[in-house]
Ligand binder design. Structure first.
Ligand SMILES: C[S@@+](CC[C@H](N)C(=O)[O-])C[C@H]1O[C@@H](n2cnc3c(N)ncnc32)[C@H](O)[C@@H]1O
Length: 245
């Protein structure tokens, strides 16, 4: 069982998300637990103030460290206390795999101009979901939950399905097709309807390598490639270099 505790000023942004689809099923089946805690409940003054003006001036408000740290400490013990921030380590599949193997993750969502930097001393890691700035950490916390919960054994119907996903081998996924076999003149590649499992597997691997080479060549440096992959890549490279007919 993987337990998440999300700390947020807007619990109602998180709650509906866990009531639908696979996450709801995983919660019902006791495979994961998602708790949401309102940071405001940890404000001690009578106005329940959670933020204040930034020292040194500037626009916006900053979340107070005393309030956020009280919220964090109330959730301990935890394997990881994760601060969601654009300055964090990028969320990638290996990190999702590492986090999915834990028992309790605390996810701290900021708002406004962010959180007082002293809070960094009370977290175990800082995670970013990409090189852009969100209005708050809730979507980032949900991204961490989505990326990790599906790796918890039993959450996906077919335990094999995430093994072949984009990034699981360090490559992008191969293109997928379903019915109808022809749509607006666009046909499904013949090999997929051939019933020849070996050829399908080879085609998929080739397509995954091709997509990765075309769209995210940076991933190839860390991908798990076997000698056959290297042969296919060399062939794809040669095809690209060949003059157009
Ligand atoms: C408006 S942002 C603050 C941005 C901050 N001034 C900065 O530039 O780093 C408010 C909150 O959204 C969350 N957030 C924004 N972008 C994010 C990202 N790319 N990844 C993770 N969390 C993010 C963080 O929790 C942050 O405290």
């Amino acid at each position: 069982m993987l337990r998440y505790t999300v700390l947020t000023l807007f619990p109602r942004l998180i709650e509906p998300w866990m009531q639908e689809a696979l996450l709801a099923k995983a919660v019902q089946r006791g495979l994961i637990e998602i708790r949401v805690r309102d940071i405001r409940n940890y404000a001690k003054d009578k106005h329940r103030q959670v933020d204040d003006y930034p020292y040194g001036g500037g626009a916006g408000m900053v979340l107070r460290p005393d309030v956020v740290v009280a919220a964090i400490e109330d959730q301990l013990p935890a394997d990881e206390v994760i601060l969601l921030t654009p300055a964090g380590e990028p969320l990638r599949q290996p990190l999702a795999e590492e986090l999915a193997a834990k028992d309790h993750l605390v996810l701290v969502s900021g708002r406004y101009e962010g959180i007082d930097a002293r809070v960094e001393n009370f977290v175990t890691r800082e995670v970013s979901i990409g090189d852009f700035v969100l209005m708050g950490g809730e979507v980032a916390a949900l991204a961490v939950i989505e990326a990790t919960a599906r790796l918890v054994p039993g959450v996906l119907g077919d335990p094999e399905s995430h093994r072949l996903d984009s990034f699981s081998w360090g490559l992008l996924d191969y293109p997928q097709y379903t019915r109808p076999p022809e749509f607006r003149g666009l046909k499904v590649p013949e090999v997929l309807t051939s019933g020849h499992h070996g050829k399908v597997a080879e085609w998929r691997r080739r397509e995954a390598l091709k997509r990765t080479l075309e769209r995210r060549p940076d991933l190839l440096a860390h991908a798990r490639l076997n000698p056959e992959d290297l042969r296919l890549l060399a062939q794809l490279d040669a095809d690209e270099d060949a003059p157009a007919p």
